[in-house]
Design a protein around this ligand. Structure first.
Ligand SMILES: N[C@@H]1[C@@H](O)[C@H](O)[C@@H](COP(=O)(O)O)O[C@@H]1O
Length: 261
């Protein structure tokens, strides 16, 4: 995994937007896998700026979002569909019919997830998958588990994720208990991965993800095995990794492939 350490949140957002903008310019009909959460808000703002100021063209781009809460309709203010409209889709020239978010309003989990997986396959596959990182190492809504998930599936959210995401709802009671999410297999099938992480509160999990063992207990650790993964993290999020990156953590081993301690 290539790691780019950005100075701060704004710097991280710009560096990540550069990578997406370059792909959209080089391959106007590309398929973008998109993510929600606070972390990518700044990079979406950067993409909107590039559309407005430089004419970055999204008219042939197709998008597939990672996940959606089960039970929330598209127009629910806390749905990820609504989030994407608000932060990106309403402000650039992407065609609505080319944007895809799992259908949280479909109570038939199997049908909703199978349909989503099929539409990703029909698009030819994701060129670049953007990811944020949960405090417990989740990507999409793939929570720590005994094994890696494969395809789009329905998951039970962990209590820590419900608590973390409750800041966007009136109370934790309102946070849906389940979500539809691309599986780890779906994510790993993307040709390129772009992980963005910001803030000191993620420093320990960033260290585990980048340098710890690859395990479904830390779902994002699987990204160590992706052949074309880039992580853009700010200095605060990278702060627990510095000693490893500099090779001064004292274990005496070569850290090129990650650290054992
Ligand atoms: N399902 C989303 C994830 O895709 C996201 O990466 C994570 C972290 O969000 P934030 O960037 O707000 O810390 O939150 C949610 O649980």
């Amino acid at each position: 995994m290539e790691i780019i350490v950005a100075k701060d949140y704004q710097d991280m957002s710009e560096a990540a937007a550069d990578i997406i903008a370059e792909l959209v310019s080089e391959k106007p009909g590309c398929v973008l896998g998109l993510a929600t959460g606070s972390t990518p808000e700044g990079l979406y703002a950067e993409l909107v700026k590039r559309y407005e100021e430089e004419g970055l063209d999204f008219s042939r781009v197709a998008t597939f979002n990672l996940d959606e809460y089960r039970g929330l309709s598209h127009d629910h203010e806390q749905s990820y569909h609504y989030f994407m409209q608000k932060h990106l889709f309403d402000h650039v020239n992407v065609r609505p019919e080319n944007t895809h978010v799992p259908n949280g309003a479909n109570p038939d989990a199997e049908a909703a997830c199978d349909a989503y997986e099929a539409s990703i396959a029909l698009s030819g596959g994701v060129d670049l998958q953007l990811l944020g990182l949960g405090h417990n190492g989740h990507i999409g809504f793939n929570e720590p588990a005994d094994e890696f998930t494969k395809e789009t599936n329905c998951v039970d959210l962990t209590e820590s994720t419900i608590q973390a995401n409750s800041r966007l709802f009136n109370s934790a009671d309102e946070v849906p208990r389940q979500a539809y999410t691309m599986g780890i297999g779906t994510i790993m099938a993307a040709k390129q991965i772009l992980l963005v992480v910001s803030g000191e509160d993620k420093a320990q999990i960033v260290r585990d993800v980048f340098f710890g063992p690859v395990t479904p207990k830390v779902p994002a650790s699987i990204l160590q095995f992706h052949p074309n993964a880039i992580a853009v993290v700010d200095e605060a999020a990278f702060s627990a990794c510095e000693e490893i990156a500099e090779g001064t953590c004292g274990c005496g081993h070569d850290h090129e492939g990650g650290c054992c301690c």
